[in-house]
Design a binder for this molecule. Structure first.
Ligand SMILES: [Mn+2]
Length: 307
């Protein structure tokens, strides 16, 4: 069998404005427990060669262009790891340089890479964009262990610096809270469907609530911390949390949301290959990307025309 190209054989160089633009952000210096997420972009690329471009529900992805623009360097010219400030700054520049109309996919790295990714997204689409934050944790600390750009502060820093109203943020699958984050969620009226709520209702009802809140926004950013999934589905991460969502319910949610709200970007963070079991968590991450790529609308204007 001939070897596939990365990303389900879809990756092509030299396209001006591909439908999907992928960028690797292999930084894990802000992880507060177990590192290892810096290895994820390369592991995901390798595993993406094991599948053809056909989704789990038998949809063949054709007439879609995809380019992987490589990684933001995490090792400097001196052979030393790049510091977080420099990494996030370079990441911001590289994200800004991605083709404007492409669906943006950023691969972490720890969740701090969502800070420049969301900021870049808001620069492109305006500050009235929405954010869906699928994660066991709210990541809404003002500062954590002395680092305002810690992965535990990622959502807070992203929306503060991008100028996004916290009322246009939807926490999803959440189940591990601090008091300070709980106060912020209440005070800023952040929307939320906890994992417990999701598991007690239907995925259809979850999708309806999100769509009601977000259908009229110009663009929506989907942030996927792999620990949003139950630890049984995603063991290879720094904070494996019980009580989460399974893979099929999440994929079903994507099926229901993409036709109804203008999701135009994805990030996938906190997969730590060295903590994984037989690459199960990386395979899950690759499937998240496959299902996403199979769901996007190639024309960014399709929503405006339809409504
Ligand atoms: Mn998390």
């Amino acid at each position: 069998m001939p070897e596939r190209k990365i990303w389900f054989d879809l990756h092509e160089e030299g396209i001006d404005s591909p439908d999907v633009a992928i960028l690797g952000l292999p930084f894990d210096g802000s992880s507060s427990r177990q590192r290892g997420a810096a290895a994820a972009p390369d592991r995901l690329r390798e595993i993406s060669r094991t599948a053809d471009p056909i989704t789990r529900s038998f949809k063949v992805i054709d007439r879609l262009t995809l380019t992987d623009f490589g990684d933001v360097p995490a090792i400097g010219p001196d052979g030393q790891p790049v510091g977080q400030d420099e990494f996030l700054k370079t990441a911001g520049e590289r994200i800004a340089a991605l083709p404007k109309d492409s669906f943006q996919i950023c691969l972490g790295g720890d969740n701090s890479v969502s800070i420049p990714a969301i900021r870049g997204f808001a620069r492109k689409h305006g500050t009235d964009v929405g954010v869906i934050w699928y994660d066991a944790h709210p990541d809404l600390f003002e500062t954590y262990q002395g680092n305002p750009d810690s992965h535990a502060c990622a959502l807070r820093r992203a929306i503060d610096t991008a100028g996004i109203d916290p009322g246009r943020v939807f926490l999803l699958g959440t189940r591990s809270f601090s008091r300070t984050e709980a106060d912020y969620i209440r005070g800023a009226q952040v929307k939320m469907i906890t994992a417990t709520e999701w598991l007690a209702t239907s995925t259809e009802a979850v999708a309806a609530r999100i769509a009601d809140a977000m259908a009229n926004l110009p663009a929506v950013y989907l942030a996927v911390d792999i620990d949003g999934f139950d630890a049984a589905h995603a063991p290879g991460t720094g904070y494996p949390m019980p009580g989460g969502i399974g893979s099929e319910a999440f994929f079903r949610l994507l099926d229901l949301l993409f036709p109804r709200i203008p999701i135009r970007a994805l990030d996938l963070t906190e997969i730590a290959p060295r903590l994984d079991r037989n690459d199960a968590t990386s395979f899950l991450g690759v499937q998240v990307i496959l299902e996403t790529v199979g769901s996007i609308r190639r024309q960014p204007d399709a929503f405006r025309v339809k409504r």
